[in-house]
Write a protein that binds this ligand. Structure first.
Ligand code: PLP
Length: 361
């Protein structure tokens, strides 16, 4: 057996133990971006209504689901997408992780990804055995087969502007690079308007060579269902459907039907966003009062904060005070002096975290 991933990377708990900190059972865990609020009632009802599913589902998704995705984009100012350029995915992580492999990329190819990022872009490239090109900013240069952008970004919540994305599309078209944007925080803009790669202001309505991935995990508290989709260039999507058929990479029919219902309903998304807005307001004040500078964080579910010291020291101080955060170094060397506070905690946990931050030395 052989794993492409580096062995034995230390867990957060191991790293804290090395600094003599053993988090107690009542620690407020703000280190993970996992939703904690209930899955909306309409989702649970849709899932129950779709429980009778004796036949195999379609890799490409039902026509109703692909139309629901097209409608979802149309309500966000992106009209006229081709439903043939839409495919459901088993959450977005699996597509991100497997895309280089599904495209048949290998050792002679280069995958570009943000250097400070969600690790799955690099993990997918490692799985396929390609070369990796971590970028400090947006992708550039020659010889890149597949380039990832992530807007709004995890861990730091920066939002790429229309101009940034337009320039990146022009670059991708001039170099023949497949450009893929991971947009799972698209509906969670606070101080900046998140823009999709498929937005006509970005791509002039031509999605050739472009894909966007989206997920219902965050917008609909649906991470446990594994529900996402990819949309964009119909020729690339047709290839993905073809390969995935052979590999059994299919979203279950009950989940497809649930997604269809949820993508037609903006009310539950808006309600969840307001819960996060309230938590963000409270946590932002507490983090700033505790002497942190918050960088970016214009969108998404995290506060990216620094006290100008090693992220490990900050994480240890916070853990001692009863708040667990993600050290920025987990996301790349440029995160060495930041920590990531997640907003994905209950109101009660956020209130406790605020109190504990207030007592920090
Ligand atoms: C940037 C980014 N992309 C993708 C995902 C994967 O989400 P899911 O697989 O639940 O759709 C996450 C999850 O936290 C994320 O932060």
């Amino acid at each position: 057996m052989r794993s492409p991933f580096p062995a034995g990377s230390a867990s957060l708990y191991d790293a804290l133990a090395l600094r003599g900190v053993v988090p107690g059972p009542d620690i407020v865990d703000l280190s993970l971006g996992t939703p904690v609020d209930p899955t909306p009632e309409i989702a649970q009802q849709a899932l129950a209504a779709a429980a009778d599913a004796p036949g195999y589902p379609m890799v490409w998704g039902t026509a109703a689901l692909r139309e629901a995705v097209v409608g979802w984009y149309a309500r966000r100012g992106i009209p006229g997408l081709d439903p043939d350029g839409v495919m459901p995915t088993i959450g977005s992580k699996e597509l991100i992780g497997w895309l280089p492999t599904l495209l048949g990329l290998g050792p002679d190819d280069t995958v570009s990804h943000p250097g400070l990022a969600y690790p799955t872009y690099a993990d997918g490239a490692l799985m396929a055995g390609t070369r990796l090109r971590p970028e400090a900013g947006l992708p550039s240069g020659d010889g890149v087969a597949l380039a990832w952008v992530n807007t709004p970004a995890n861990p730091h919540g920066a939002v790429a502007s229309v101009d940034d994305l337009r320039r990146t599309v022009a670059w991708a078209r001039s170099t023949g690079t497949l450009l893929v944007s991971d947009e799972c925080y698209l509906t969670l803009g606070w101080d900046a308007e998140p823009v999709s790669l498929l937005d006509p202001r970005v791509c002039d309505g031509d999605v050739t060579g472009l894909l966007a991935c989206y997920s219902l995990s965050k917008q609909s508290n649906l991470a446990g269902y594994r529900a996402g989709f990819v949309a964009g260039d119909p020729a690339v999507v047709a290839h993905l459907v073809d390969v995935r058929k052979h590999m059994g990479m299919i979203v279950s029919r009950p989940v497809q039907q649930t997604m269809t219902v949820l993508l037609g309903d903006d009310a539950h998304v808006a309600a969840q966003k307001e819960r996060y807005r309230a938590r963000r307001t409270l946590l932002t004040k507490a983090v700033q009062r505790a002497g942190f500078r918050i960088d970016h964080s214009e969108a998404g579910l995290y506060l990216w904060a620094t006290r100008g010291e090693s992220c490990w020291d900050t994480a240890a101080t916070l853990a001692k005070a009863g708040v667990l955060v993600a050290p920025g170094a987990f996301y790349g060397p440029a995160g060495e002096q930041h920590v990531r506070f997640a907003l994905t905690a209950t109101d009660a946990s956020i209130a406790t975290a605020v109190e504990r931050l207030g007592a920090l030395p």
